[in-house]
Design a protein around this ligand. Structure first.
Ligand code: PAF
Length: 292
């Protein structure tokens, strides 16, 4: 649609804006959920959404810093907030409706429902961030109900999130097609993340080492090294950097996140995923290893 973007803050305004578009015979309604602090990675999601929606569809973006998915108050408090820039970026990327609720609009004070995934959310990031994916599933299912999109887009940097949301859509029968968007990187390879701004200059200089190590590991795996060998090598390379603590480096199956055994070689498709603290900034990255 080509009308000016509408920015709404309440569910009621959102419903009214969606109803107006429904009257115009909109076909696809594509949702891009975000937590704001939008960057080039989000811009790519929004542009992909615009393409999927086409001329007779609409793109709905949400900006909501979701408290239920943070398991540390400090992490929530230090998460960057840039609502004015977010609004301009959404406008530039062809968003039709921007939904920017506050926490009181999204959550009743006596809310007592949860949406919990019980397998895929126990591993990788879920192991060190208990409750995180339940918070993600809760807010995303609420957004799905509010917006009733035909399609929704999530970035592959949060690969585990995408896999869990695919499971949620399948198991709870949301009639929504999910799309995974490729990771967007800085020229030096660092995956773009809202958390990158919190890196010190030395940490920022070292952070691209993570993607470099994952790439090297992918090559070694394709040349015959075992899953265990390449994970150990990534860990070793990371631990040579200063102020770095490795949370995990794991090779898993990309659909069910089951670990590929340390001695296994050449199992494909595979996902090599890592989470590494640079000081107190936790960065994640991953690389797909798909049979050609
Ligand atoms: O990926 C994110 O930014 C968030 O986890 C999401 C999907 C917007 C839910 O709050």
């Amino acid at each position: 649609m080509l009308a000016a973007m509408r920015r709404v803050e309440t569910k009621r305004e959102l419903r009214a804006a969606l109803a107006m578009n429904a009257q115009k015979g909109v076909r696809r309604r594509v949702l891009v959920p975000t937590m704001g602090a939008l960057h080039a990675g989000h811009a790519a999601l929004l542009r992909q959404a615009r393409e999927i929606a086409g001329d007779d569809g609409i793109v709905v973006a949400s900006v909501f810093l979701n408290p239920t998915q943070f398991n540390s108050a400090g992490d929530l408090a230090s998460y960057p907030r840039t609502p004015d820039d977010d609004t301009s970026l959404c406008e530039t990327c062809g968003v039709d409706i921007l939904f920017m609720p506050d926490a009181a609009e999204m959550y009743m004070p006596d809310r007592s429902m949860n949406v919990e995934e019980t397998q895929l959310s126990r591993v990788l990031c879920g192991a060190s961030r208990p409750g995180h994916f339940a918070g993600v599933c809760l807010v995303v299912s609420k957004l799905f109900n509010m917006v009733q999109p035909t399609d929704a887009i999530f970035g592959k940097k949060d690969y585990q999130q995408l896999v869990i949301l695919r499971r949620m859509v399948r198991d709870l029968d949301f009639p929504i097609q999910l799309h995974g968007a490729p990771i967007v990187r800085e020229p030096d390879g660092l995956a773009i993340s809202s958390r990158n701004v919190r890196l010190s200059s030395q940490q920022r200089a070292e952070a691209p080492g993570l993607y470099a190590a994952l790439n090297k590991a992918r090559k070694a795996y394709l040349e015959g090294a075992s899953a265990g060998e390449v994970c150990a090598e990534v860990r070793r390379e990371m631990e040579t950097l200063s102020e770095v603590r490795v949370d995990y480096v794991q090779m898993v199956h990309p659909d069910n996140l089951q670990e590929i055994g340390g001695g296994e070689k050449g199992v494909q498709p595979a996902l090599l995923a890592a989470a590494v603290y640079f000081g107190d900034v936790r960065l994640i990255d991953n690389i797909e290893i798909f049979a050609e």
